[in-house]
Design a binder for this molecule. Structure first.
Ligand code: PMP
Length: 364
């Protein structure tokens, strides 16, 4: 009998899967490795879920609305668009996958470093992917993106793992010249000064993806969405699973999106904490820190002697692990290997991070 991997599609048998950040099951970790929100979601979310489940969960017998229609309306209103400009997914990973299904043949493009799921999704669909590298300045390589022959290009803004955001003017420059679909992945846009939504009405080749996993504190609920021209949304709906989001996810997302007041308070708090520590580590330690517009900080730790580099970052990462502080380290590329990415936590969590850096630096 042939083995399953011999029967599988050859490109799947050879695939390197995406590695998600660790989700530890033991207690006691300060968990700042996957850019989740450190604060709970709006209290309206739990209320709405309780109402839907009721005494005995009888509503759960029934399939959800296949188009997430009510949620599409809420998202459209939020952005001043029509429901025909919105598609909902099981997290933004799901909508990114739909975009790949529709457009990424024979290939796609993305900037590097950015979200490492894009090349995996493209590889699953047997496409090729062209990476356009940033340099250390992290300035957007507009000319190179504009000249890309790929039918779809993924741009993350604010970018991950740097937190650097690209201005609407820069994005517009790409949109004017690039001849494919430009996906601007705005997973972190609520923490940024500006976003690309106002460009949608003028550029039918612009697609924006958003998630409720970060600013809305609902990573466990799995809701993301696409904003795009109605024609693009129609194409995405053709390749979507018919029930791609659950009843409870739709209910939770609607409750969250209708509580803008609650979320503006926690988003402001996260931005204040972020800006405080960026300045603090620059001033106190003399370290290089990118100007983040996301809910994480990409920092290049230096020893007390002033040494930086991959070995230093790895040592700091291991020291953090030993002290049960979970952050993210990306060793596989020169542009990221000297840095740690730290999700912005509560004040107490950030104090632990700050003290851990000080303790590490003393002995490094
Ligand atoms: N885009 C970017 C840039 C991200 O960092 C993430 C989270 N890892 C996602 C999309 C996926 O988010 P979701 O939880 O909505 O699938």
């Amino acid at each position: 009998m042939p083995r399953p991997s011999e029967l599988a599609l050859p490109h799947i048998a050879a695939l390197h899967a995406y590695t998600p950040g660790l989700q530890p099951t033991d207690a006691g970790w300060v968990k700042l490795n996957t850019n989740e929100c450190p604060y709970p979601p709006s209290p309206r979310v739990a209320e709405a879920l309780r109402r839907e489940i009721g005494e005995d969960g009888t509503a759960l017998r029934l399939y959800p609305n296949p188009r997430s229609s009510a949620l599409r309306e809420v998202v459209a209103n939020l952005h001043g668009l029509k429901a025909e400009n919105v598609c909902i997914g099981n997290g933004s990973d799901d909508v990114l996958n739909l975009l790949v299904r529709v457009f990424a043949s024979p290939n796609a493009g993305y900037t590097f470093p950015s979200y490492s799921l894009y090349p995996v999704l493209v590889a699953i669909h047997h496409g090729g992917i062209e990476a356009i590298d940033f340099d250390r300045s992290m300035k957007l390589p507009i000319d190179k993106i504009a000249a890309s022959p790929a039918p779809i290009f993924f741009l993350t803004s604010p970018n991950a793992p740097t937190g650097v955001a690209f201005s609407p003017e820069e994005i517009e420059e790409v949109l004017k010249r690039y001849r494919g679909i430009l996906v601007v992945d705005e997973a972190y846009a609520l923490f940024a000064r500006k976003d690309a939504v106002p460009l949608l009405s003028r550029y039918p080749n612009l697609v924006i993806t958003r998630t409720l996993s970060k600013a809305y504190a609902l990573a466990g609920i799995r809701i993301g969405y696409v904003l795009a021209a109605a024609e693009t949304i129609d194409l995405l709906d053709r390749v979507r699973d018919s029930y791609n989001t659950s009843r409870l996810s739709q209910i939770a997302a609607i409750a969250a999106l209708q509580d803008g007041e609650y979320y503006s308070t926690i988003v402001e708090k996260i931005k204040t904490t972020r800006d405080f520590y960026i300045e603090e580590w620059r001033r106190k330690f003399g370290w290089f820190v990118y100007q983040s517009e996301a809910n994480f900080i990409f920092v290049e730790p230096k020893t007390a002697k002033g040494e930086a580099g991959p070995a230093v970052a790895r040592a700091a990462f291991e020291f953090f692990n030993q002290h049960k502080v979970l952050v993210r380290y990306f060793p596989s590329h020169a542009l990221t290997a000297s840095f740690l990415r730290i999700s912005v936590g509560t004040d107490d969590e950030m104090l632990v991070v700050d003290e851990t850096f000080q303790a590490w630096r003393k002995n490094a």
